[in-house]
Design a protein around this ligand. Structure first.
Ligand SMILES: *Cc1c(COP(=O)(O)O)cnc(C)c1O
Length: 754
């Protein structure tokens, strides 16, 4: 059946024709038609099947990307145009699934897209959070969190009718399996994202995101990362994790049996990937289930080790999870003794307490368990892997020299270029043909166009149109006006001290003061931020309050506002990113060197022709190597310097304040009467005090260098031809960061699926 007939049938079921239907109804009908078509398609098959376990899958809206992968985008655009609407309008009716926090969850989503697009057999395994990550409300000058419901009567979720019984300490809880289909790019493959849910999910809380964390059977799938500032919240996280991995592990063994294999053959036919430490309990759970099927503990541990692989995403200590053994005994008594036996086995292999699974205080170190009982461990960018091997995980790297590999992250160019920036994709194709759509490394074919004035003009025009569209979206969505002829300087990512939005805020103050003194820039600058802060992360929320106060101060100041604007985009998510990234001139990637494991927004910006202003951290290092010095703006201390400063403990922000009057003036302005009149005094004071007393992520150390390199970057922007050349090199060299490349490497070195 052709797609138009499917669409008309879906509308007929709703008692409508296309001409009668509004955009929301057309969205529903398109969703049904797409989903039903996908249900008729087959998943990829291979020698081994991958199960990618992740607490987060930040998939974003799915309609456009599914239609694109099914090869139906042009047809649907045509049908909608004939009926007076557009896909852009229709897709605005699609709620974004809030199943992830940020980069880690978005990476998992890009990976599923690439796995299916390469025709590899691999499904995702996660949880069906009903309110997901909170929706951010900034109305009062501070962040407030609200539930983010996304599951409507008609959604992408398919009830598989399949369920598993998870043996918690309090009794069994049924895990129902819902699927979201994941079509590959024009290859007739559909893989699946399996999301487990409780039978009777709780309703949304009346106000905010506070809810009964003790009511596990109902609230287990309510929110992503429940507040862990009390024991009930921490326990709920353990319940969530065990629920996900137990149901997933049971699914794996059921499918293995359906394929006609014995439990002992698990490692020959299955690859399990552990995305960060949240799914770590899949290791003891698989051992438990194999033992239930008659396999000895020693054999089961060996089979599981040959099956599992683990990705480390951060070296921030706070993110390396540990759980008291008593939590696991309470939540998942079936695996507690297995974890103790795994600890004993690991101790026999040597390495001592530094690499213990269960430490002397009876606390379980999830990452340690992952490294011992996975056959491969990887970091997510070259620098990050190097830091893991030489410092953070050095004892492990000495114990298992062959286990550690690097797999530099990637993004799917289907969503992040072809989907969100069609004019640029078309411009590229008109120059070099469309081979790059299947092999992003072919973007290098653009390099010979470096001297081509009409290609360069096209790049600049497309950027300007994207900036106009962003301006239009900002006006419609939050009522702010921005000037498309200004430089769009964008920092969007989670709000975190290590990402150093506070340093960018200091720049804004410095610039404000400069303009007040008459030092106006060549061209107005629009600084755009977007970020959510974790609900319990006070300093991150304070930094949002500072940025909002600055935004007001600048907008109120008739002397400054023609030259400088600061816009804080509310509720940053994938949909917002798709509007923002095509319109960026400058991509802010300013983390403290050694702290950002990889970053992926840096890659998205690069592919869309933004020029990076950043530190030599994470994948920025690889971007710099690819584009060369003249096409990136680098500043700040190196990761070696930073690691040395931490080791010696001799960084003193106070010294910077004493030695740099201009910087001190900008810093003191945070608690000036002007700013205090426009922002919460408690928030501003805390940010100020933290800068001077602690500044753990050394924003003051790099602030001076940052400001001067940023000034150079803004000055260079005025040579439009030279800037277009930088844009071209960035786009042309971005192909390395395709998640198709990343996934090919995982498959070649770790999964061996085909
Ligand atoms: C890509 C992406 C991220 C990751 O951004 P980083 O700058 O790499 O931390 C976070 N959130 C959303 C919505 C994204 O699309």
């Amino acid at each position: 059946m052709d797609f138009e007939s499917r669409l008309n049938d879906a509308l007929a079921d709703m008692g409508l024709t296309l001409d009668e239907a509004g955009d929301a109804q057309i969205f529903c009908a398109l969703l049904r038609a797409t989903r039903d078509l996908e249900l008729e398609m087959r998943p990829a098959t291979g020698e081994r099947k991958l199960y990618y376990f992740s607490a987060e899958f930040l998939v974003g809206r799915l309609l456009r990307s599914n239609l694109m992968n099914l090869g139906l985008l042009d047809e649907v655009e045509g049908i909608l145009a004939a009926h007076g609407t557009t896909l852009a309008r229709v897709e605005d009716c699609e709620p974004e699934p809030s199943l992830g926090n940020g980069g880690l969850g978005r990476l998992a989503a890009c990976f599923l897209d690439s796995i299916a697009s390469l025709g590899l057999a691999g499904d995702g395994v996660g949880l069906n959070y009903h309110y997901g990550l909170f929706r951010q409300d900034l109305a009062d000058g501070v962040q407030r969190e609200e539930p983010n419901p996304w599951i409507e009567p008609e959604s992408w979720l398919i009830d598989t009718g399949r369920s598993f019984s998870v043996p918690f300490g309090f009794g069994d809880l049924e895990a129902r399996m819902f699927d979201i289909e994941v079509p590959g790019y024009k290859n007739d493959t559909v893989n699946r994202l399996h999301l487990f849910d409780v039978p009777e999910p709780a309703a949304a809380p009346e106000h905010g995101i506070g809810f009964d964390k003790g009511d596990v059977a109902h609230s287990l799938t309510s929110f992503l990362y429940p507040d862990d500032s009390d024991e009930a919240g921490r326990l709920l996280r353990v319940y969530q994790q065990y629920f996900m991995v137990s149901a997933g592990a049971q699914l794996i063994l059921a499918e293995l049996e359906e394929r006609g294999f014995a439990p002992e053959e698990l490692d020959a036919h299955v690859a399990v990937h552990i995305n960060d430490t949240h799914p770590s309990m899949v290791i003891p759970e698989l051992v438990r289930l194999l033992m239930e099927r008659g396999v000895s503990f020693e054999d089961a541990a060996g089979i599981v080790e040959r099956t599992c692989a683990y990705t480390n995403h951060t070296i921030l200590a706070e993110a390396l999870e540990t759980w008291p053994m008593r939590f696991i005994e309470q939540v998942a008594p079936g695996i507690a003794p297995i974890i103790r036996r795994l600890d004993a086995l690991a101790r026999e292999r040597g390495g001592g307490d530094a690499v213990a699974v269960v430490d002397g205080g009876d606390v379980v170190h999830m990452a340690n368990m992952d490294v011992h009982f996975s056959h491969a461990v990887n970091g997510v960018a070259a620098l990050h892997t190097q830091i893991l091997v030489t410092s953070e995980m050095r004892p492990f790297a000495e114990l298992y020299p062959g286990k550690f590999t690097n797999k530099t992250n990637g993004i799917t160019f289907r969503r992040w270029l072809m989907g969100c920036n069609r004019p640029l994709a078309d411009h590229i194709t008109s120059a070099i043909g469309d081979a790059w759509e299947r092999d992003a490394s072919r973007l290098e074919d653009l390099l010979p166009f470096a001297g081509d004035a009409s290609f360069a003009r096209g790049l600049l025009d497309i950027k300007r149109d994207a900036k106009r569209e962003l301006a239009e979206w900002l006006r419609a969505s939050q009522g702010v006006e921005v000037d498309p002829d200004s430089v769009f300087d964008i920092q969007v990512k989670r709000m975190h001290q290590y990402k150093r939005q506070q340093m960018n805020a200091l720049y804004a103050i410095w610039k404000y003061l400069q303009i007040k003194r008459g030092n106006v820039p060549n061209r107005p600058v629009t600084m755009i931020f977007g970020a959510k802060a974790a609900p319990a992360y006070t300093l991150a929320k304070d930094t949002i309050a500072l940025l909002l106060a600055l935004s007001r101060l600048i907008a109120d100041d008739g002397q400054v506002s023609p030259w400088l604007r600061l816009v804080f985009v509310e509720n940053y998510n994938v949909t917002a990113a798709e509007h923002l990234i095509p319109a960026a001139d400058v991509s802010e990637q300013i983390s403290l060197a050694s702290k950002e494991a990889s970053g992926t927004s840096n890659m998205k910006f690069m592919a869309n022709g933004a020029v990076t202003l950043g530190t030599l951290d994470g994948a920025n290092v690889e971007i710099a190597n690819l584009v060369g010095e003249g096409n990136i703006y680098l500043f700040g201390r190196s990761s070696e310097d930073v690691i040395g400063l931490y080791d010696r403990g001799d960084y003193r922000p106070w010294d910077v304040w004493l030695s740099d009057g201009e910087l001190a003036e900008a810093l003191d302005f945070i608690v000036s009467p002007e700013l205090l009149a426009r922002g919460d005094a408690g928030c501003l004071t805390r940010v100020y005090r933290d800068f001077l007393a602690k500044d753990y992520f050394m924003a003051l150390l790099d602030a001076r260098d940052y400001a001067s390199v940023k000034e150079r970057c803004l000055a260079d922007y005025e040579d439009r031809d030279a800037w277009a050349g930088k844009m071209l090199v960035n786009v042309a060299r971005s192909g390395f960061f395709s998640s198709d490349r990343t996934i090919r490497e995982y498959d070649r070195d770790i999964w061996h699926l085909a």
